[in-house]
Write a protein that binds this ligand. Structure first.
Ligand SMILES: Nc1nc2c(ncn2[C@@H]2O[C@H](COP(=O)(O)OP(=O)(O)O)[C@@H](O)[C@H]2O)c(=O)[nH]1
Ligand SMILES: [Mg+2]
Length: 409
């Protein structure tokens, strides 16, 4: 369930709700934490997503099969072997991964439980001169964690590969792994020469410290070779990614907590506004409708209104407290109450105090409507805003806990 993207979306929501409530600087800090997480290159989920790209026939599908330990992708000696892009994904992958594959247009999926947390995409043949192919690789890079460039002894030096693909994308070198495949076809002495030559060419492309593995994914003479080293490296990358994502989650959590603190949500008392308000309203309106000429009921109601509003303000805390106090200063509460009583005087003959018993309910209703509209409604609006912000912070905490549990699993 848990997904880092959901945590970041949760932080977006908290930021949106806190805007206009807390100081803009605090909102800005949280917003930039969300932006940093989003701008992080790679897939924002607990799975390491690795694209396998390279020329047709270099052995991309064979490499996937070798890592999978079984035939997953179809392998063909006939070139070009057209097949649809395929994803080999963990069977318990987070929902975000399916979303990514949809956006990449990959419909063919094989679920696996051999390599927890790893998704391999047998995606793109890059040896066509079609310009569109580089754009495809370029579009893929920010969305996935790494690509494996599969090279073979015949074409590893292909100028097209270096000039059209690797060199223009060298800025993304920290996402690149290189696999020189089909090493079984090389004499032992040639392996060193070709390894050195490949390194020289990659350095000329702007990648002075490439990570290169030498493999035979589908040798004519037996079992795959060099695959364990690659698999071990991918496992280590996955661990590193999870550590980084935990840091992203912690940062989101911290940012939301800071906003909650600035909004006075931490440690504030219980509000139970509806109940407190209804009790006061019932008591006050009945008392006012029954009040005799010259009684102190008006003053008593005024005091209890003031006490309730003051209590709600201190329970709400932070900027919500200030807003309540600002919106309901004592002179305003008194003016509203006086208005309410005068309205009843006008509309119910005799007014509060001298009303015939059968009109008392009408008078109480009128008083109640008036106080609801001028005090209860606006108060409720402020407190709902506070509750919504509070819920968004709680929602983020739940998402963060789930995402962290998922990363640890
Ligand atoms: N000798 C040898 N042949 C390989 C190796 N890897 C793949 N092949 C063969 O190369 C051909 C193309 O492989 P394939 O995986 O379909 O390449 P793709 O087009 O990049 O997916 C197939 O006939 C494979 O059996 C290898 O390490 N050694
Ligand atoms: Mg293939």
């Amino acid at each position: 369930m848990g997904d880092v993207l959901k945590v970041v979306e949760g932080l977006d929501l908290v930021v949106e709700m806190a805007a206009g409530v807390v100081h803009p600087d605090d909102v800005g800090t949280a917003r930039s934490a969300a932006t940093r997480a989003r701008d992080r290159r790679g897939y924002l989920g607990g799975t390491l997503v690795v694209g396998i790209i390279g020329g047709t026939g270099s052995g991309k599908s064979s490499l996937l099969n070798a890592l999978a330990g079984q035939q997953v992708a179809s392998v063909s000696p006939v070139r070009p072997h057209t097949s649809r892009p395929l994803a080999w994904i963990p069977e318990d992958a987070e929902p975000g991964l399916a979303g990514l594959l949809d956006r990449l247009g990959i419909t063919e999926k094989v679920e696996q439980n051999r390599f927890p947390g790893l998704a391999l995409l047998d995606a793109t043949d890059v040896d066509s001169v079609e310009l569109g192919h580089r754009a495809q690789v370029e579009a893929l890079l920010p969305r996935i964690d790494a690509v494996i460039w599969v090279l073979d002894p015949d074409k590893y030096a292909d100028p097209l590969l270096h000039e059209e693909f690797i060199r223009p994308l060298a800025d993304s070198a920290d996402q690149f792994l290189f696999v020189l495949n089909q090493v079984d076809r090389l004499a032992v002495g040639d392996r060193v020469t070709i390894a050195e030559d490949l390194n020289t060419r990659l350095a000329a492309d702007g990648i002075p410290h490439p990570i290169v593995f030498y493999t035979a994914a589908d040798p004519a003479d037996g079992q795959p070779r060099g695959i364990d080293g690659l698999a071990g490296y991918l496992a280590q990358r996955l661990d590193t990614k999870r550590v980084q994502l935990s840091a992203v989650i912690s940062e989101a959590r911290r940012a939301a907590r800071n906003l909650a603190a600035s909004a006075g949500l931490l440690g504030a008392g219980s509000l139970a506004f509806e109940q407190q308000w209804k009790e006061l309203l019932d008591k006050a309106t009945t008392a006012l409708a029954l009040a005799e000429e010259g009684s102190t009921v008006f003053e008593e109601v005024l005091v209890s209104l003031g006490v309730l509003i003051g209590r709600l303000a201190s329970q709400a805390g932070g900027p919500f407290a200030s807003r309540i106090r600002y919106q309901f200063p004592p002179q305003k509460i008194e003016a509203v109450l006086r208005d309410a009583v005068e309205t009843v005087d006008r509309l119910v003959p005799g007014g509060p105090g001298a009303i015939e018993p059968e009109r008392r309910a009408d008078a109480a209703g009128l008083l109640s409507d008036h106080l609801q509209e001028r005090i209860g409604g606006p108060l409720r609006e402020i407190l709902w805003e506070r509750a919504a912000l509070s819920a968004s912070v709680a929602g983020l905490a739940v998402e963060a806990a789930q995402a962290e549990a998922k990363l640890r699993a």
